[in-house]
Design a protein around this ligand. Structure first.
Ligand SMILES: Nc1ncnc2c1ncn2[C@@H]1O[C@H](COP(=O)(O)OP(=O)(O)O)[C@@H](O)[C@H]1O
Ligand SMILES: Nc1ccn([C@@H]2O[C@H](COP(=O)(O)O)[C@@H](O)[C@H]2O)c(=O)n1
Length: 214
């Protein structure tokens, strides 16, 4: 892991789907935004970097294994983080879980002092690990993750209960065992229970606050 003076500090939060990565990232972000501007801190989700599949019909898009590292364009994420660290703005892709592909519009993201990065496979990629200052793994039990994913994906991602359970058995759980769980060894901090772990939130917020003050 590396850090150079004045370079953006990247704090990465990895872990299973629905382990609370997004919740903890947003909670820390909101707490810090009371004292710091959006020019100083921002959040990037790895999900934005799912590959573009607009050239494929929907019947084929639904067959993609979205929990395998090949489903993500990690090269683009490395390129974007490198550009941000060098002080250049980037155009983040926008992803649609209902269309299973990227949307035409992008979102401009300007350089920040601190970037919170969250996603399932971040710690699997050596080139990404090189760009991280601090890495966190959300160690939420898988049965709890499944319950939360089921509720979230039906309410927010346009899925049926049957499709969530079929996908969980076919790819989500096996890929977690193969790629995500083993990547825990690369984390500096392991957070049990999920996105409402108050002590973990306070510790990470305090650490990031130090970077923002400098
Ligand atoms: N500790 C918790 N208690 C209750 N609900 C939680 C907790 N952590 C996360 N959730 C909920 O579970 C769902 C999945 O969490 P999310 O942060 O989206 O997971 P991830 O980003 O890891 O996929 C969300 O609806 C979130 O609000
Ligand atoms: N078209 C897609 C793309 C991704 N997924 C699932 O999203 C999960 C990762 O996002 P989290 O916010 O849950 O961490 C991953 O497990 C994919 O299975 C999808 O279902 N469809």
């Amino acid at each position: 892991m590396s850090s150079h003076q004045n370079e953006a500090v990247v704090i990465a939060i990895a872990g299973a789907s629905a382990s609370g990565k997004s919740l903890i990232a947003q909670t820390i972000y909101r707490k810090l935004r009371k004292d710091f501007s959006s020019q100083e801190i921002g959040v990037i989700s790895e999900d934005r970097y799912y590959r573009d599949q607009t050239h494929l019909p929907m019947e084929e898009r639904v067959l993609t294994n979205y929990d395998h590292p090949n489903a993500m364009e990690h090269e683009l994420l490395v390129k974007h983080l490198t550009a941000l660290k060098a002080g250049h703005a980037v155009e983040l892709p926008n992803y649609s879980y209902t269309e299973h592909t990227r949307m035409a519009e992008t979102t401009e993201f300007k350089p920040k002092k601190v970037i919170i990065l969250e996603g399932i496979l971040l710690l699997n990629v050596p080139e990404l690990r090189e760009l991280m200052h601090t890495s966190v793994f959300m160690d939420t039990p898988l049965d709890i993750c499944l319950i939360r994913r089921l509720k979230r994906d039906v309410a927010e991602r346009g899925r049926s209960m049957e499709s969530v359970l079929a996908q969980y058995q076919a790819t989500v759980r096996p890929m977690f065992m193969q790629f995500i769980e083993p990547s825990k060894q690369y984390a500096d901090i392991i957070v049990p229970r999920g996105g409402k772990n108050v002590i973990a939130i306070d510790l990470l917020t305090a650490r990031i606050r130090q970077f923002l003050k400098n």
